[in-house]
Design a protein around this ligand. Structure first.
Ligand code: AKG
Ligand code: FE2
Length: 257
């Protein structure tokens, strides 16, 4: 984690929260330099059926995944086998703050399509951005953390994340791969015996070290779930080998005033 962050800080300096044009130009310049430093930029996959869902599979290297997992295990939250979830609000552990910084830097310096940038204002069009750009200036970016530790067979029921959290959710996967399914919130009435829209499930394959960003429609109009019961975890026609899976969810609480 530190290595990734230091590289970025070394290359571009600490990030600024100002948002005037000069800063934007510098950010764009930073992206160009990032391409030189890291070679090929991390690739983002859009899930075409769902607006606001972006997946970066090579977010964390295997070494970074091990370091992150070790930091989580050192917290001791899962020492007792009956605990499989930990939540933190406000001041997050150092490793979680570093992870948030990595998410932010990755988004800021990710590949971008030069065609989508207005060269006068240096504004990127929303479609080209993997995260709503107005959220990138909020401080802190995230102040709530959930770590889930799932044993083989365990998953999470279909849900929309609670409205007490703002838009813009980051989800990091560690250990076992899994398929997360998304289904529309609306309960459209099934007509003509056709499949109800709400029952159509879009599968998203989450591999270890990947980062999933959920915002806008994906956050408010789609439910997500992971069913790891036997027979439900298939990708490319093959049943996924189920091991323990650890996930980290980063969110920002809505202001209560
Ligand atoms: O474990 C996951 O990947 C999903 C967790 C989740 O949906 C949540 O914390 O709201
Ligand atoms: Fe969730």
């Amino acid at each position: 984690m530190d290595e990734y962050k230091n590289l970025i800080v070394e290359a571009f300096g600490e990030s600024s929260e100002d948002s005037d044009d000069d800063d934007r130009r510098q950010q764009l310049q930073g992206r160009r330099e990032a391409q030189l430093v890291f070679g090929e930029n991390p690739k983002w996959e859009r899930i075409s059926e769902i607006k606001g869902l972006s997946l970066c599979r090579d977010f964390l290297t295997p070494d970074q995944q091990s370091t992150l997992l070790a930091s989580i295990l050192r917290e001791g939250w899962f020492n007792d086998a009956s605990h499989n979830q930990a939540m933190r609000f406000g001041d997050l552990p150092t490793w979680a703050k570093e992870l948030s910084t990595c998410v932010l830097e990755l988004i800021r310096y990710s590949d971008y399509d030069p065609e989508s940038v207005d060269t006068n204002t240096c504004q990127m069009d929303e479609q080209a951005c993997v995260f709503p750009s107005e959220l990138l200036h909020r401080v802190p970016l995230f102040n709530q953390l959930i770590v889930n530790s799932y044993q083989p067979g365990e998953g999470i029921c279909a849900h929309v994340d609670l409205m007490r959290f703002e838009d813009g959710i980051a989800l990091v996967s560690l250990e076992s791969s899994c398929v997360m399914h998304f289904s529309r919130v609306e309960n459209g009435v099934a007509t003509n015996g056709k499949q109800n829209e709400a029952t159509i499930k879009i599968p998203v394959y989450l591999t270890p070290g990947s980062l999933l960003l959920i915002s806008g429609e994906a956050r408010y109009q789609w439910k997500h779930e992971i069913n790891r019961k036997p027979g439900f975890q298939k990708w490319d026609g093959l049943e996924i080998d189920q091991k323990r899976r650890t996930s980290i969810t980063l969110r920002k609480l809505c202001n209560s005033d």
